[in-house]
Design a protein around this ligand. Structure first.
Ligand SMILES: *[C@@H]1O[C@H](CO)[C@@H](O)[C@H](O)[C@H]1NC(C)=O
Ligand SMILES: *[C@@H]1O[C@H](CO)[C@@H](O)[C@H](O)[C@H]1NC(C)=O
Ligand SMILES: *[C@@H]1O[C@H](CO)[C@@H](O)[C@H](O)[C@H]1NC(C)=O
Ligand SMILES: *[C@@H]1O[C@H](CO)[C@@H](O)[C@H](O)[C@H]1NC(C)=O
Ligand SMILES: *[C@@H]1O[C@H](CO)[C@@H](O)[C@H](O)[C@H]1NC(C)=O
Ligand SMILES: *[C@@H]1O[C@H](CO)[C@@H](O)[C@H](O)[C@H]1NC(C)=O
Ligand SMILES: *[C@@H]1O[C@H](CO)[C@@H](O)[C@H](O)[C@H]1NC(C)=O
Length: 798
């Protein structure tokens, strides 16, 4: 599925699929199934006119369309290094008139973490292809308040008209040409002043306009809808209306001003009533107070219909849904009720009375729970990470407009829902099932395929990470005992590859753990205490030494002795272990280099991004930097820049070579001949083939990690920052090995008869320090500049 792009008010044109003529090899790509989503789903939107048509938006992993079998199809996998921020979806609108039309408001951050302006993407084929209009401001799909909405809305009577409520004080925007061009609605003067906290640029940006809701009953088809409600993130007046199609606006008088923010404004057309959930925080994590109100449009009367009284509440309200088949039936969710579990209520009398999904009298008997599609969601061990069954961060809550039994809601980790919702009103026994198959929304930190072990071990943000005994079956449990929220890194010991080290975040457990059965079971590393920070890890070849790069700098522990500082390794250096020689570790740093063994300058690099070591050849080391790829065959004593056409390298991995190949295949994100993408080389850097494609861009190159399998030729893994893990295998032939002039390698490797690689170096050998007896002081002073250094060291010196 190609994505078609065009920029504001310029005629669309199809962009060529081949990028800069870079040689490429077709790969087939599939998600490694974690199942269940794995991240926050801030929006689930049903189309009110096409049965079964629904979409989910995520904050860092793009948008999805619902399939009839309850699974989801990703719609934005084309996002690549140039448009990675398109995976931040701040709002979504599906057209009730032309149900093939779909719109997304995209952009990741409104602060300087994202340099680019936001866009409205529009599709006329339910998300298969897209056109783009750049906005004159940023959009924040992963900013505070991303679950309110929807702030993008289509006029249900005249679908050429759309409104978008911006963040950051930019106010209300309107399009009258199906989203191609947009202009500021200057008569709307309430851009929203609320922000979470002045302490950081992330929390200090005004959340802006929360939602735009047309009163579909105020016009007939073909005529622009005159009555429009807009909810604004303000603690004072926050709900406004127009009666003249957006020309003039006024506060909706009588709105109770209790210091709360309106998260959702949902119309019940048959009741001519607007239902509003309020919370005292913007979400998604906060909220300790709030109300649910209804505004009767016919009478102008506001009524407090909160399920919990103000004196008893310790949560605000988020998700709100009406049943269009049963006017008067609605549901509302607490934004967060962290303990003992999230609350959702249902009313069948327009909010006069409510029934909660669980009550103290029956807690904890929640026997309706079905997580067969993602069993890891409920950790039943004593160190359970996920004790909540109903969820948290519930902003997305929807009832299928064609099927009162079908409902879906988003949590911080999945989509739940079911097909027997009406049971709520009789036996009060609804199925609560994870219905997120196809959504893979994790931020992946590290991937490892240890020789002789499972196909994959993953280190994943927020949900820990997994032992994947199959790539296509959801794992039954996250890594546990100890259990980490975010796992930072994994490594294996080269000579004893069933030995794995893992480090991640926990507020109670020791944050380094080891396994001697390839990652099935774990023990805390008692060289660390609960105050030892987590970090990147490297395991020595014989599994007796752990090197840990923490936020407090590098630490080392041998034979589980107490971790001690490595004063001579720069803080923040990327680290790796030799896979054969137990006493050798490598470090790479672009900072002021203090080294303790030997410092090698890597050309003009100012940052080392990753170091990978040959799994079976001692001293065979590769490093990516901001200027390219470097190779050493002598434990890092000398490095050669590989291929002058490669001008930057990020995450990469070494995988099995083909039966005829001389060398492992290198897979990774590189800039080759000016194109930054996922590439591979089968001849140590002489020839490169791009293996990402127009349908699989993998988002930001520098945010990704890469894995490969040393026993399966062609098997490569990409861990993304928001779209889970992909695995690929070649589906097309390797381009003919005709290295272009710009790609001519400066060194090529061949395996000699003895199995020891040798390297033929042509010219640009990098500068190295000459003395083998480099002392600590000498090395540190010679390297006290901004150049990258690669440090190899013998850990036995501790
Ligand atoms: C990145 O995606 C854009 C839009 O789909 C496309 O035009 C461009 O060619 C892609 N770049 C690469 C390197 O694939
Ligand atoms: C704002 O952020 C600072 C720094 O994180 C924190 O100490 C403070 O408690 C926050 N204030 C509020 C009102 O949340
Ligand atoms: C909740 O908000 C109401 C209305 O502003 C206020 O009266 C009440 O004190 C608040 N409760 C708490 C616990 O802050
Ligand atoms: C709106 O007000 C009218 C007149 O009092 C009443 O009949 C109707 O039930 C109200 N609607 C809702 C949803 O409360
Ligand atoms: C409305 O909900 C209540 C409480 O769950 C239930 O007892 C009642 O049977 C429901 N009425 C209908 C018509 O479904
Ligand atoms: C609720 O449904 C479950 C699963 O079908 C069943 O095992 C249980 O007995 C039911 N409970 C009630 C009270 O109907
Ligand atoms: C491992 O590396 C160290 C340091 O370079 C070296 O002294 C030692 O001889 C090597 N050991 C083996 C077995 O190659």
């Amino acid at each position: 599925m190609r994505s078609l792009y065009c920029v504001a008010s310029v005629a669309c044109s199809l962009l060529a699929a081949t990028v800069n003529g870079a040689a490429s090899q077709a790969f087939s790509w599939k998600n490694v199934r974690i199942g269940g989503g794995g991240g926050f789903v801030p929006g689930i939107i049903f189309n009110p006119s096409a049965k079964g048509l629904a979409y989910a938006r995520t904050d860092i992993g793009g948008a999805y369309r619902l399939n009839s079998d309850d699974s989801w199809t990703p719609l934005t996998d084309w996002a690549n290094n140039t448009n990675w921020h398109d995976w931040g979806i701040d709002a979504l609108a599906t057209d009730p008139i032309d149900t093939n039309r779909l719109y997304l408001a995209v952009g990741m951050y409104t602060n300087d973490w994202d340099p680019n302006m936001g866009s409205i993407l529009r599709s006329t084929d339910q998300g298969a292809t897209w056109a783009e209009t750049k906005l004159p401001f940023k959009v924040g799909g992963n900013m505070p308040g991303r679950g309110v909405g929807e702030r993008l809305a289509i006029d249900p009577n005249q679908n050429s008209i759309l409104y978008f409520g911006a963040r950051s004080g930019h106010g209300l925007y309107k399009s009258t040409d199906y989203g191609v061009t947009w202009s500021s609605v200057t008569s709307f003067t309430w851009p929203g002043t609320y922000f979470q906290n002045a302490s950081s640029s992330y929390t200090s940006d005004p959340v802006g306009i929360a939602w735009v809701t047309f009163d579909s009953t105020s016009a007939s088809p073909g005529t622009a809808t005159p009555r429009i409600f807009v909810g604004v993130m303000d603690v004072g007046q926050s709900v406004f209306r127009s009666e003249d199609g957006g020309s003039t606006w006024a506060w909706v008088s009588g709105e109770p001003m209790m210091g709360f923010l309106p998260h959702k404004g949902v119309l019940s057309p048959a009741e001519k009533t607007l239902y509003i959930s309020y919370a005292n925080g913007a979400g998604p994590y906060d909220g300790s107070n709030g109300t649910v109100h209804k505004y009767n449009i016919s009478t102008g009367v506001w009524t407090d219909i909160s399920p919990t009284s103000l004196s008893a509440t310790n949560y605000g309200y988020g998700g709100l849904a009406v049943d269009l088949q049963k006017p008067g039936t609605l549901m509302v969710a607490a934004l967060n009720d962290w303990w003992p579990d999230e609350l959702i209520w249902r009313s069948n009398d327009s909010g006069k009375t409510w029934s909660p999904i669980w009550a103290w009298s029956s807690y904890p008997s929640r026997n309706f729970y079905d997580i067969s599609a993602a069993p890891w969601l409920q950790d039943t061990t004593s160190t359970a990470q996920f004790v909540s069954q109903v969820g948290w961060m519930v902003e997305a809550l929807s009832i299928d407009p064609f099927d009162s039994n079908h409902w879906l809601y988003g949590t911080g980790a999945t989509i739940y829902g079911g097909h027997d919702l009406l049971k709520w009103d009789s036996g009060h026994n609804v199925t609560l099932k994870s219905l997120a198959t196809g959504i893979e929304e994790t931020a992946v930190q590290s991937l490892l395929t240890p020789p002789g072990g499972p196909p994959l071990l993953s280190a994943v943000g927020d949900i820990g990470g997994f032992y994947h005994s199959s790539l296509d079956i959801a794992p039954s449990q996250a890594f546990h005992n100890p259990t980490y929220g975010s796992t930072h890194d994994l490594d294996y010991a080269g000579n004893k590859p069933a030995n794995i080290v893992r480090s991640g975040e926990s507020s109670t457990a020791i944050q380094v753990a080891t396994s001697s059965d390839s990652g099935v079971t774990w023990s805390a590393d008692y060289g660390a205490s609960t105050s030892t920070p987590p970090g990147k890890v490297a395991y020595s070849a014989d599994a007796d030494t752990v090197l840990l790069m923490t936020s407090n700098g590098p630490l080392v522990s041998k034979f589980t002795a107490t971790f001690s500082a490595v004063s001579t390794l720069p803080s923040g250096a990327v680290i790796a272990s030799d896979k054969k020689n137990n006493s050798v570790f490598y470090g790479g740093s672009g900072g002021s280099a203090v080294t303790f063994a030997k410092t090698v300058t890597l050309g003009s690099s100012t940052a080392v991004n990753q170091i990978r070591v040959h799994p079976t050849v001692a001293g065979d080391v590769w490093a990516t930097t901001d200027t390219g790829l470097f190779h050493s065959l002598d434990f890092g004593n000398t490095f050669t820049k590989v291929s002058s056409g490669v001008t930057a390298g990020y995450g990469f991995a070494l995988g099995a070579g083909s039966t005829t190949a001389e060398y492992p295949v290198i897979y990774g994100f590189f800039t080759v001949d000016g194109t930054t993408a996922l590439f591979k080389t089968e001849d140590a850097g002489l020839n490169w083939a791009m293996i990402s494609d127009a349908a699989h861009g993998f988002g930001s190159a520098s945010a990704n990690c890469v894995g490969a399998d040393m026993s399966i030729y062609g098997r490569v893994f990409v861990g993304t920052n928001g779209r889970g893990i992909f695995y690929g295998s070649p589906s097309g032939s390797l381009p003919s090995a005709t290295a272009s002039s710009s790609q001519s390698a400066s060194g090529s490797a061949a395996k000699t008869a003895s199995g020891t690689p040798t390297i033929q170096v042509s010219s640009s050998k990098i500068t190295t320090t000459t003395s083998q007896a480099t002392t600590l002081t000498a090395a540190s002073s010679s390297a006290a500049n901004s150049k990258s250094t690669l440090v190899s060291t013998t850990i036995s010196s501790y």
